[in-house]
Every structure is written in structure tokens, then in C-alpha cells.
Design a protein around this ligand. Sequence first.
Ligand SMILES: Nc1nc2c([nH]c(=O)n2[C@@H]2O[C@H](COP(=O)(O)OP(=O)(O)OP(=O)(O)O)[C@@H](O)[C@H]2O)c(=O)[nH]1
Length: 130
Amino acid sequence: MQIIGISLVEHENCYVVGIRPEGAVLAGFAEFPGGKQLLPESTSETAVRECREETGLQVEALRLLHQEQFTYEHGEVLLDFWQCKLVDGQSPDSLQAPWKWIPRNELDSYSFPPANAVVLEQIRISTPVD
Ligand SMILES: Nc1nc2c([nH]c(=O)n2[C@@H]2O[C@H](COP(=O)(O)OP(=O)(O)OP(=O)(O)O)[C@@H](O)[C@H]2O)c(=O)[nH]1
């Protein structure tokens, strides 16, 4: 089973969202920054590292919002969804294209992979952190 760390980066009621590229598994689906755990890092470290590598943003992990085990055609995954925020001094404008800041109430209009359903519902009913 693959262990995955994912960053739910919230800032002023918006979240960092991308579209999975052609050639990737689940191409065309929306996604939060994340990827495979590289031992010996923890999944919060994975989430922070993948976010920096993929989006250019330096974030810190605040808490584990949800853990989801899911079986795709391409294999079984364990997804750790970490609620994250920008580190002090990190400008939201540093976000690299094609990643975007999407307002929480617009997340519903994106097609995320099925394993994201529960955490998306948690985000929908959660209170903004700032
Ligand atoms: N990044 C990300 N992956 C997700 C999300 N939801 C979800 O089910 N996944 C699944 O988690 C796994 C992440 O793997 P990945 O291929 O993006 O990881 P990676 O960046 O380390 O891959 P690579 O470096 O081998 O290309 C995939 O099976 C993907 O389908 C999500 O919101 N974000």
C-alpha cells in the first residue's frame, strides 16, 4: 500500500488546488498538493515537502484532518490529509502556476478523486482558520 501525504493549504478561506496532468494517474481530476511518503519522513513532512516542490509555497502542517484508505485500479493508498497554513512571511502570491487559490465555496465545482469525498465534506462544514 502506498502512503500519501496531502496538504490542505488554507489562507483567507481559499485552498490551493491543481489539476492532475496528462500521463499521471487520475489525469484531469482536481487535486491538493501531495505525493508519496519517502521514508523516514512522516506524512506531515511529506505534505510540507510536496507542497513546496509542487507549488513553491512553504507551509506548516497544523493537524491531521482526515485519514482515508482507498483502493484504486492503480493500487491501494492510505491518504493522510494535513490541514496546513502558510509559514510566517510566506506570501500567497508565491503560488506557482498552474496551481490556484480556490475559494472554499467553489471547491464543489471541481471534480476531485473519489478518495477526497469525506475530507471535502469536512472542509465544507469547517470554520476558517484566519
Ligand atoms: N496529490 C494528491 N494525490 C491524491 C489526491 N487524492 C487522491 O486520491 N490522490 C492519490 O494519491 C496518490 C498520489 O500519488 P502521486 O502520483 O500524485 O504522488 P507523487 O507526486 O509522489 O508521484 P510521482 O512522483 O511518482 O509522480 C495517487 O494515487 C492519487 O490518485 C489529492 O487530492 N492530491
